[in-house]
Design a protein around this ligand. Structure first.
Ligand SMILES: *Cc1c(COP(=O)(O)O)cnc(C)c1O
Length: 360
């Protein structure tokens, strides 16, 4: 019996990847904004309906480049405690202070009503996360930012393919970032992107991701965020399958929905959201129930994951403690069930049977 994990990377047909790589062996352009990187950027811009998409090495550097491009090098950034650690570590790595606004209990995104009370003269930006591909309250967040002169950087690592009110969820804020890590819905092995609304910020981000210079002229401090042609090739090989990837994940999610009806609590997506089926989170009644179900599943070689645990406001290396009761409660009781292309119906039925046998 092979183990079932929470995710399994989609792989394009080997020959199709090789065919794209063939050109690299011919032209020997391996990196530095080569033709494959440019082609992928153009295809992604078109697919998402956005402009100024910059393909970078990963989703974490994308967040850090976004902060730098917007000149945010100190001060406070209001963010969510319910996310992957990279959201908060990128803020800390850039020597800024994360300030946590608690989440909405229905869809786990940052609660805009909690943002305003946390704004101080030191606040520079808001960094919300479209967690699991659900939409933040982009309208309210935009209004708050405008009123207080704050930048908005959306961590859109989960939002690829989600559309909200007729456009990509990544077309909001000053910058939206993406991750194309192997575990994400659309991947390039490692990789990420920044989608920058303002052309001047876009230009700055492009400069700082390649050491801040153009030939021998040095303009600003920079870093290396450039992505390779081999990674772009994986993206180009996966690109034609995006529709199939989302459709097959929907098939698996719908089956879970049917089989688990009334058994476990599920997030309530916003009206007007076309969901990308990036994850299948379920909320247990208690941490004990979660651990019981995990035990039973693990015995059968099935390994769901606790996403996201712990709540990031409780990280041990933070300078100050801030309470976020909703996020702390949800974090203890939430898990993502296996969801990936090719996950068999029988496996889903097996998982649901075990869950039902171990919940009230
Ligand atoms: C995966 C992820 C990141 C980091 O992306 P990498 O490409 O792994 O660096 C950032 N934020 C969230 C919410 C993520 O899930």
């Amino acid at each position: 019996m092979t183990n079932i994990y929470v995710t399994k990377s989609f792989m394009p047909p080997e020959g199709e990847y090789e065919q794209i790589i063939h050109s690299v062996f011919q032209n020997r352009i391996l990196t530095n904004h080569g033709p494959l990187v440019q082609e992928l950027e153009q295809k992604l811009e078109k697919f998402l309906g956005v402009k100024n998409l910059q393909y970078v090495t990963n989703g974490t550097i994308a967040l850090q480049l976004a902060l730098r491009a917007l000149n945010i090098t100190e001060g406070e950034i209001i963010t969510t405690p319910f996310s992957y650690v990279a959201t908060v570590s990128s803020i800390l790595w850039e020597r800024c202070t994360p300030v946590f606004a608690d989440i909405e209990p229905d869809n786990f995104t940052i609660d805009p009503n909690k943002i305003e009370a946390l704004i101080t003269p030191k606040t520079k930006a808001i960094m919300p996360v479209h967690v699991f591909g659900y939409a933040c309250d982009v309208k309210r967040i935009g209004e708050i930012a405008k009123q207080h002169g704050l930048k908005v950087i959306y961590d859109g690592a989960h939002a690829f393919g989600s559309r909200y009110q007729g456009k990509s969820l990544l077309d909001y804020g000053d910058v939206s970032t993406l991750s194309f890590h192997a575990t994400k819905l659309f991947h390039t092995v490692e990789g990420g992107a920044c989608i920058v609304q303002n052309d001047e910020d876009d230009h700055k981000l492009d400069l700082i991701k390649r050491f801040g210079h153009n030939e021998d002229e040095h303009f600003s401090l920079g870093i290396n965020g450039k992505q390779s042609e081999f990674h772009a090739a994986m993206g180009l090989a996966n690109f034609p399958y995006i529709g199939e990837i989302i459709a097959d994940r929907k098939r698996a999610s719908d089956l879970y929905d049917n089989l688990l009806q009334g058994c476990l609590k599920r997030p309530r997506p916003q009206d007007g959201l076309e969901y990308n089926y990036a994850y299948y989170p379920v909320i247990f009644k208690s941490e004990t129930e979660l651990l019981d179900v995990f035990n039973a599943l693990n015995k059968e070689g099935i390994f769901p994951r606790r996403y996201f645990y712990p709540s990031l406001n409780t990280l041990p290396y933070l300078n100050s403690r801030q309470a976020c009761p909703i996020s702390e409660d949800i974090s203890c009781r939430i898990a993502c069930l296996p969801l990936y292309v090719g996950l068999e119906n029988e496996t889903i039925e097996h998982i649901c049977r075990i869950i039902k046998d171990n919940t009230l």
